[in-house]
Design a protein around this ligand. Structure first.
Ligand code: HEM
Length: 512
């Protein structure tokens, strides 16, 4: 354009601002129309792709969000189960503009869990990023790097080495709860959670933690409160944007609980850093046998040497959570349930006594395969109460056999439903360890039981979990008889990671 003309044009615009306003309005309207047209084109393409998948009728803009608004975990699972009864296990619902597809067919779970395009977590996991911003919610290259670092820290030899700590902390637990043999009813989770936290610190962090004796951090309670708050965001669409959530009183309370969690994690990091300095650690690994084996915290300190401490805390807090909260819940359930079903307790007790006796001898990794009934009990606990679902964001259109799910879908892999599907379980609602007899296992599709998930993004701690849970439960059961009056059928749940009972795990114990 001739520079003289352009100067003249700018001058004209300055003299008549209404032209500018009108032009801006036209451009904005045109952009909005284009955006809405693009949105509807995209949605209708997705609708065509998923036309075979049933789901409840949608409302404009919010889709099906109203169905879930304000539900707690109990009601959420029940709502989803009811929807699955009405529409089948594979169903879709729209949360505003987001498409969620619920999957509970073993072949669908297998296709997704083993797919390299379904390893990313749904963006809603980012709600947890103030609490922990590590491997559990990471995506893409960031996740791959962390996973590469984590996998070797669960090496079999290292796990065998950890059994010393599992035993040591189990014995402390047995001593600490001795004062409860006075017949009083108490929540066993309060004690077990501190035991599993000390176990996690003593193994993967290589730091001696004494929460069982001092109880200074209240880690499990702050975790419960923070998680309950964060989970509310899932079912309240207006709390999805960080900016809105951070303006609420809920967020302020959340940050207080998170402060306590991080204070504990920071203390562990500082202890380990100091020990490394004092020991003048030249290597970042425990030497076991001939080989160097890195534990998790040493590996992180090595690979993220330059990361400021607050970022380091955020990066590893989820290992504290995943590694202690889950096992604490499962152990507490196992003990409480044995208090309800005395015949199961007696069978476990006899098995334990036969294998390791009623003395204080350590339970070795070689003893563990000799406790098949205890393993069946723990597996049945996890069938009922593991993480009810994981949600993956699909990077690409994904074929799962008879269906193709569109890229961008949030695929909800519903463990809760598949673990209670009457096609695979003789007594889906009952506590029946015999579901895990070898012949029963052979009769089921492989992906009908997935408490630790499967595939490249499965739980790397599953063997650690099974070993530590067996040792803790065996140590308690060989010393105490347990009684509990809880009615599993009427139990209500908290909205947290695992399916946790609202009223805790009340039991009574007496010496054997
Ligand atoms: C009963 C005990 C446990 C259960 C039921 C459990 C279950 C799970 C599940 C379902 C996932 C999500 C997998 C997915 O998204 O597909 C997971 C992830 C994870 N778990 Fe566990 N877990 C348990 C114990 C442990 C322990 C003891 C540790 C560590 C010591 C651990 C470390 C992790 C980590 C680091 C992840 C994130 C993996 C990733 O995103 O790549 N878990 N766990």
């Amino acid at each position: 354009m001739d520079p003289k003309l352009s100067v003249q044009w700018v001058q004209e615009l300055r003299e008549s601002p209404e032209i500018v306003t009108r032009s801006l309005l036209y451009v904005t309207v045109a952009l909005l129309v284009a955006l809405i047209a693009w949105y509807y084109w995209k949605i209708s393409k997705i609708e065509r792709m998923i036309s075979k998948i049933p789901g409840p009728p949608t409302w404009p803009i919010i889709g099906n969000a109203h169905l879930f608004y304000g539900l707690n975990m109990q009601n959420l699972c029940e709502k989803q189960t009811a929807l699955m009864k009405e529409y089948g296990t594979t169903l879709r619902f729209w949360l505003g503009p987001y498409l969620w597809i619920n999957l509970a067919e073993p072949k669908h779970l297998e296709a997704l869990m083993t797919s390299e395009y379904a390893t990313n977590k749904d963006p809603t996991y980012q709600f947890f990023k103030d609490q922990a911003n590590g491997i559990f919610i990471a995506s893409g290259e960031n996740w791959k790097k962390l996973r590469k670092l984590v996998n070797p820290t669960f090496n079999q030899k290292l796990l065998e080495n950890f059994t010393e700590c599992f035993n040591e902390q189990s014995k402390i637990l047995v001593d600490v709860i001795e004062k409860k043999t006075d017949g009083s009813v108490f929540d066993i989770h309060d004690y077990v959670a501190r035991c599993t936290l000390d176990i996690l610190c003593g193994t993967q962090m290589n730091v001696n933690s004494t929460e069982q004796l001092d109880n200074t951090s209240n880690f499990a309670k702050h975790l419960l409160w923070s998680t309950e708050i964060t989970k509310q965001r899932y079912i309240k669409l207006h709390l999805h944007p960080d900016i809105l959530f951070h303006m609420t009183e809920l967020s302020r309370q959340n940050m207080k609980h998170i402060h306590h969690l991080h204070k504990f994690v920071k203390g562990v990091i500082q202890k380990r850093k100091l020990a490394r300095k004092e020991e003048n650690i030249a290597t970042d690994a425990l030497i076991i046998g001939e080989k160097k084996r890195p534990v998790f915290l040493d590996s992180v300190l090595h690979h993220y040497n330059d990361l400021p401490e607050d970022k380091l805390v955020l990066k590893i807090t989820d290992m504290f959570i995943a590694g202690s909260d889950t096992t604490a819940v499962a152990i507490s359930y196992a003990l409480m349930i044995m208090g309800i079903y005395k015949e199961i307790q007696e069978k476990v007790y006899k098995e334990v006594i036969n294998v390791i006796g009623d003395n204080d001898d350590d339970i070795t990794h070689l003893d563990l395969p000799k406790l098949p009934y205890l393993e069946m009990v723990l597996k049945e606990v996890l069938r009922h109460y593991t993480i009810p679902a994981v949600v993956r964001k699909l990077d690409k259109d994904q074929s799962i056999g008879d269906l193709t799910l569109p890229a961008g879908t949030s695929a909800q892999l519903c463990f809760y439903a598949v673990h209670r599907d009457p096609r695979f379980w003789k007594y889906p609602e009952s506590f029946y360890p015999e579901h895990f007899l070898p012949e029963e296992i052979l009769n089921r599709p492989k992906y009908s039981y997935v408490p630790f998930s499967m595939g490249p993004r499965n739980c790397p701690g599953y063997a650690f979990a099974m070993m530590s849970m067996k040792i803790v439960v065996a140590a308690v059961i060989r010393k105490y008889k347990i009684h509990s009056d809880v009615d599993l059928k009427t139990m209500e749940f908290n909205n947290v990671f695992m399916l946790e009972p609202k009223n805790g795990y009340p039991i009574q114990i007496s010496k054997r």
